[in-house]
Design a binder for this molecule. Structure first.
Ligand code: NAP
Length: 289
């Protein structure tokens, strides 16, 4: 491993300091370190940065320093070449950030020695169609590590949606929105909307309605080979489409259809502990209650 990219939560002092320490430690080991130039660091940390393309093409691994939100951002740089990503948590434990700040040097030594395993995380591809035509550039990534969502905006009315699987219409309902999540995303927004926790190594497409107006509001779990369509029948002027938390507005949403399939790519998560998910799950959801 010769080149490592760092993505940091630049709004958090602790993450900035850890990133600087990671940078210095890698430099001491003659590793070339890259930062993307759209990631603006405060003046006193300003380190050499490169274009997004150079970052994605040159990095042999990416280190994310922050929480799960930062890891989601780091993942966007990794999709192109399936570059493996390591998560260091800064502040509080995240589901995607296995390494604690006190174990950084050990983790980097293991990373450079190749003493780690790769956990493959399933990704989803989502394409939006308007009046039957593919929208080539929504302004958001086509690939999601957590989920795609469609929600009403706060000033608008509930949305009627039809779920179609492999061309078979299976359900229509009225709700505030819908979440189409990966197993990785099952512990994020989908969980808050009442969805199941799914072990991240599983390969499933999880459909979770947001506040459906019905007595039966279960999630639906699909196999990874299914083609899922969400057809919007919305009376609103505007609904919101989002990919891993990044949003755009859909104007006259009734004309839209979202098609979701499993991505051919995967997220390669660098892990030192095969049971990290269960450890983090217990710590975040059971012991902290
Ligand atoms: P944010 O609104 O700043 O943070 C959302 C929260 O979700 C953070 O606490 C984040 O953890 C956590 N999170 C993200 N991915 C996760 C995962 N795979 N498992 C468990 N928790 C996870 O937005 P953001 O940091 O940019 O993250 C975007 C994500 O927020 C979306 O993908 C969506 O899943 C989630 N979200 C959740 C809700 C909700 O629960 N009601 C509503 C909207 C969006 P960290 O604090 O460690 O970063």
């Amino acid at each position: 491993m010769k080149v490592i990219g760092i993505i940091s939560n630049n709004e958090k002092q602790e993450a900035l300091e850890i990133s600087k320490a990671v940078y210095d430690y890698l430099k001491q080991r003659n590793i070339e370190v890259l930062l993307p130039n759209e990631d603006v660091m405060p003046e006193r940390y300003s380190l050499k940065s490169v274009s997004q393309k150079e970052f994605s093409d040159k990095a042999d691994a990416i280190i994310s320093v922050g929480g799960d939100g930062t890891f989601l951002r780091a993942s966007k740089y990794s999709f192109r070449n399936q570059t493996p990503v390591l998560g260091i948590n800064a502040g509080h434990l995240g589901f995607l950030t296995e390494v604690d700040p006190e174990n950084i040097e050990q983790a980097i030594n293991d990373l450079l020695k190749g003493s780690y395993s790769i956990e493959k995380r399933m990704l989803l591809e989502g394409r939006l169609y308007k009046d039957g035509k593919l929208i080539r550039n929504t302004g958001l990534p086509d690939t999601a590590l957590n989920e795609f969502t469609i929600t009403r905006s706060t000033i608008e009315k509930v949305i009627k949606m039809e779920i179609v699987v492999n061309d078979i219409s299976i359900k229509s309902f009225v709700a505030d929105g819908i979440i189409i999540a990966t197993p990785t995303g099952s512990t994020a927004y989908s969980l808050s909307a009442g969805g199941p926790v799914v072990e991240p190594k599983a390969e499933t497409i999880i459909i979770t309605p947001i506040c459906p107006h019905t007595l039966f509001s279960r999630s639906i779990i699909l196999g990874p080979d299914k083609v899922l369509e969400v057809r919007l029948n919305s009376r609103n002027e505007k609904d919101i489409f989002s990919v891993d938390g990044k949003t755009v507005a859909l104007s006259r949403p009734s004309q839209y259809l979202l098609r979701v399939t499993r991505s051919k790519k995967q997220l390669n998560l660098i892990s030192f502990n095969p049971n990290a998910f269960f450890k983090i799950f217990k710590e975040k959801f059971i012991e902290r209650i």
